[in-house]
Design a protein around this ligand. Structure first.
Ligand SMILES: O=C(O)CCC(=O)C(=O)O
Ligand SMILES: [Fe+2]
Length: 468
């Protein structure tokens, strides 16, 4: 007998699809329904937030090439003022392969460096922006973290200007996103298009500002791993200030390690309490994974993993603990809730290689980038602590994808959310055959979040009622 996850709510309401009450639900099916509920509770919030604010003024001061400083009021600038500003700018560059490049077929816009201008606008002194960032961009425990903004550039997009699709290069490990503030100079076109995980959003500052009944600034903040582009400006000037967004406090994920995990008050994030509720109810039900098992979660964000350099091989040393310290949004939420419910949770790496479709799960990256292996790679990985999963690999376009086993064999990793591509990578290795001749192979890896669930009788967590 399956109990509802919420008192008074029947299974059929909770899971959306009607349950045939005559059907005998076997253990597996029951687990699958809880897994669907966990997936729904994680949800998928947009990776950006936007709004309008009224600054104390719209003055911009600038000086370039040793010329006298100028001041313009961008709430009532004339075309001549704007043309003069555009002429004072130099062509905007952008980051490509860790280099600043100028390529006007990719980005056509003007820029001023921070040494050449000053504006009377400070995003973090503006309550609205801070509140919106906390409420609508930051997720889970990140909501309470300290943030700072760093002014990066002023950009001007005149008619014909654009910026093709790209992701911003984080300038430091604690940089989590970008903030773009747009002045109320009339413009058409120049919409910012965001794309993330197969979805698309548009932020059309020209239209937003034109509908305000007084001059305002419109702004948008988005996570660093969101692809974005600026469509061609067809008339007017689109003038922006761009800021880098940083966390300035220690990572909360750091706090969750070690034996005394539950130090923080329970977060008010509605998704977090829903997720905790569903997971707690699942664990409390003897029909949910009665003999224990493994839950898999695809990571929703991309994480830095480089923890240093191997001086002998001159290759980076990657580590799961490095990524663990930076967990964000719903990834951090899953990890925190799992730990609060005393589940063993960590990031793991799934490995596969050409010529074999088995998938091996490791607790950390292999320290063997470029190292020799014998040809039985999965045997080797298992020998050094890996475990074979029930997945089969599907190596496609240089990426590890999983070929799901059928329901009957769906027993090793139960995926709550699908594996994502953001944390996939390739590592070269040398395979030696019997003749001693080496051939170069590629290991395909992907980092995922794994939560181990114990058998029903052994599940205990601090908030569980005594006697259950
Ligand atoms: O102007 C914008 O809306 C975006 C600018 C941008 O993508 C960048 O500066 O990297
Ligand atoms: Fe950008």
């Amino acid at each position: 007998m399956i109990r509802g996850l919420h008192d008074g709510i029947e299974m059929k309401e909770l899971f959306g699809s009607p349950v045939n009450t005559n059907m005998s639900l076997d253990d597996g099916l029951s687990s699958l329904r809880y897994i669907e509920a966990l997936k729904d509770a994680i949800g998928d919030g947009p990776p950006y937030c936007s709004g309008v604010v009224t600054p104390s003024d719209f003055q911009l001061y600038y000086a370039t090439d040793g010329k006298d400083a100028r001041r313009i009021d961008l709430s009532k600038a004339t075309d001549d003022d704007l043309q003069e500003l555009a002429q004072a700018c130099t062509p905007a560059t952008f980051g490509r392969n860790n280099e600043d490049v100028l390529d006007e077929s990719y980005r056509k816009a003007g820029k001023l460096d921070t040494s050449d201008f000053a504006a009377n606008f400070f995003p973090l002194s503006c309550e609205d922006i801070v509140c919106v960032l906390r409420e609508h961009l930051l997720e889970g425990h990140d909501t309470n973290r300290s943030i700072k903004t760093e002014l990066y550039k002023l950009n001007i997009y005149g008619p014909g200007s654009f910026f093709k699709a790209h992701k911003d290069t984080p300038r430091a490990e604690n940089m989590f996103g970008s903030l773009v503030v747009v002045y109320p100079t009339p413009h058409e076109g120049g919409a910012l298009i965001l794309r993330h995980r197969g979805k698309k959003w548009e932020f059309d500052s020209g239209k937003i500002l034109a509908t305000q009944n007084e001059p305002r600034l419109s702004y948008i903040a988005f996570y660093a791993d969101v692809e974005h582009e600026v469509t061609t400006v067809t008339s007017g000037y689109r003038i922006t200030l761009t800021y880098d967004l940083y966390f300035t406090d220690p990572d909360p994920a750091e706090e969750t390690r070690g034996p005394s995990i539950i130090r923080r008050p329970i977060s008010k994030d509605p998704r977090e309490s829903e997720f905790r509720n569903v997971l707690e109810r699942s664990l409390d039900d003897p029909d949910f994974m009665p003999d224990g098992g493994t839950l898999g979660f695809g990571l929703k964000y991309q994480y830095p993993v480089k923890d240093g350099m191997n001086k002998i091989l001159d290759v980076p040393i990657n580590s799961v603990s490095r990524a663990l310290r930076c967990l964000r949004g719903s990834d951090a939420m899953v990890m925190n809730v799992a730990k609060e419910l005393s589940l063993k949770a960590s990031l793991h790496i799934l490995y596969a290689y050409d010529g074999d479709d088995s998938v091996v799960m490791m607790e950390d990256f292999l320290p063997l980038s470029g190292w020799p292996l014998d040809r039985d790679v999965s045997g080797h990985l298992i020998g050094i602590g890996g475990s074979l999963t029930n997945e089969k690999s599907l190596l496609r376009n240089g990426r590890l994808e999983l070929r799901r086993p059928s329901w009957e064999t769906y027993s090793t990793i139960k995926w709550v959310t699908d594996m994502t591509k953001f944390n996939g990578f390739q590592d070269p290795y040398v395979a030696y055959g019997d003749s001693g001749e080496g051939t170069l192979g590629l290991l395909y890896g992907n980092m995922v979040l794994i939560v181990h669930v114990g058998p029903y009788r052994r599940r205990q967590w601090p908030s569980r009622k005594k006697g259950t």
